[in-house]
Design a protein around this ligand. Structure first.
Ligand code: NDP
Length: 448
């Protein structure tokens, strides 16, 4: 059995109850085969694959808080510090009832390679809780965030581990957590990113993941002698990534015709009205039915059997921006049958492995989330730089650095794929480029 298969076997047995983690490790290690085969003796001797698939540490803790009825509630908190070979752990905090250790591990594992691709000095980590922010009052959110940070504060710091937002953790939650950290540690430092602008946040961080996704998509299309202007685009989700992906796509001259949330989706032939979407989702925190009620050209469809309705339309570009495994093989077949040419992931692992392979086998240019959504964490690292020098850069400064990073990522993954004879396989290119830098640092630092 080859080294990759041995480690896949080990992980599948050891972490059998963590399907998302096994899925992520399988996808990454399979695409690294050419690199591993070339360096098998060195990697095997240094147990590189065993070490990179086992987190430095996994912290799980109780989060007790009091709801508005005076009832004590208990959630489970997580922080997985996966790998800090190239910099302090960095990765978001997900607040969603589906969160468990396997999901946090899959996200933390992917984060190692994504952070490496940004070219900035950040390691991989991820955290969160099974707490559901939906329907909670501001006071309940604050009570949860303060309790969560009371424990998390023991393990993080500006040079140790710098968490950020993710699903369910936006500016409000980051604010409450930052306040609690400062209070416990009596220390004003850039321990979290995604902060408000009045207390150390970076301009353009809110837009960064969605904008970055479009900068990379634009470059990908350009390098295929094509133009994003005039393209029809399907987007899923209507959260932070989706909203700013829609906004930038439209600024670049494309027409976005779909968006979705966990209960339904919108098809708007005249193009999504992003200001209305922001009003519904960011201000009112309401359902998409309110969008449809305010926009006569929009059709709203309720999800009945967990279907992913946004992928059934005729589009040139598909940008999954909601959550993991939201684009499966049936969706991929529908998109290919409708002539899709480019698929770039705004979310983390939204496309199942068989759907990814289907796109690749059918000539679709497919860029995975590790590369395509790295703009968020890259801008978080720029927020860390600004905090360290106690300065704030202008929106244009941050945005232009973001664009340069995303264009650079595209060329880096393209070249890595070509170097190993896999031209056009951007998934492999991203894994290889991200992996090689981390491994070089791990080898230089000895057994640790
Ligand atoms: P948000 O919480 O802002 O939005 C998530 C969106 O996805 C919402 O529209 C939500 O709908 C929808 N959604 C969540 N779960 C499901 C589900 N099971 N089925 C269908 N729709 C669902 O999160 P973000 O936009 O920040 O994150 C989206 C994705 O992008 C995640 O995979 C995240 O890890 C990834 N990402 C985010 C970055 C960032 O900077 N924010 C950076 C890099 C990656 P509803 O409102 O109904 O819950």
């Amino acid at each position: 059995m080859g080294y990759v298969d041995e480690v896949l076997d080990l992980v599948s047995k050891r972490d059998a109850s963590q399907p998302e983690f096994i899925q992520a490790v399988t996808e990454v290690l399979n695409s690294l085969r050419p690199v591993v085969e070339k360096n098998e003796e060195l990697y095997r001797k240094n147990a590189i694959l065993e070490r990179i698939t086992e987190p430095d540490r996994q912290i799980m803790f109780r989060v007790p808080w009091v709801d508005d009825n005076g009832q004590v509630q208990v959630n489970r908190g997580f922080r997985v510090q996966f790998n800090n070979a190239i910099g302090p752990y960095k990765g978001g905090l997900r607040l969603h009832p589906s969160v468990n250790l396997g999901i946090i591990k899959f996200l933390g594992f992917e984060q190692i390679f994504k952070n490496s691709l940004t070219t900035l000095p950040i390691g991989g980590g991820k955290g969160g809780s099974d707490f559901d922010p939906k329907g909670k009052s501001d006071r309940e959110i604050m009570a949860f965030c303060q309790s969560f940070m009371t424990e998390l504060a023991k393990y993080i710091g500006a040079d140790i581990d710098v968490p950020a937002g993710d699903i369910g953790t936006g500016a409000r939650e980051i604010g409450f957590m930052f306040g609690q950290y400062k209070r416990i540690k009596n220390l004003y430092e850039g321990v979290l990113t995604g902060k408000g602008l009045t207390y150390g946040g970076s301009l353009a961080r809110t837009q960064a993941t969605g904008y970055g996704l479009l900068y990379l998509t634009e470059e990908l299309i350009k390098c295929h002698s094509d133009n994003i202007a005039g393209k029809t685009v399907a987007v899923s989700g209507s959260g932070n990534v989706a909203i700013y992906a829609i906004e930038k796509a439209q600024q670049l001259g494309a027409k976005v015709v779909t968006c979705s949330d966990s209960t339904g989706w919108i098809y708007d032939e005249s193009g999504i009205d992003v200001e209305l979407l922001k009003e519904v989702k960011e201000v009112k925190r309401a359902r998409l039915t309110e969008y449809a009620a305010a926009k006569p050209s929009a059709q709203y469809f309720e999800k009945k059997n967990g279907e992913h309705g946004v992928w059934q339309y005729k589009v040139d570009v598909a940008l999954p921006c909601a959550t993991q495994n939201e684009l499966d093989i049936e969706d991929a077949k529908a998109l290919v049958a409708n002539g899709v040419k480019y698929v770039c992931e705004g979310a983390n692992m939204p496309t199942t492995i068989d759907a990814t392979e289907y796109f690749q086998a059918n000539g679709v240019c497919f860029v995975g989330g590790k590369a395509a959504n790295a703009g968020g964490v890259a801008t978080s690292a720029l927020e860390m730089s600004q905090n360290s020098e106690r300065l704030s850069w202008t929106f244009e400064e941050v945005d232009s650095k973001l664009k340069k990073i995303m264009v650079g990522i595209y060329h880096n993954i393209d070249e890595a794929a070509k170097e190993y004879g896999m031209e056009g396989n951007y998934v492999a290119g991203a894994n290889i480029a991200g992996f090689k830098k981390v491994v070089e640092a791990m080898l230089a630092q000895g057994v640790c």
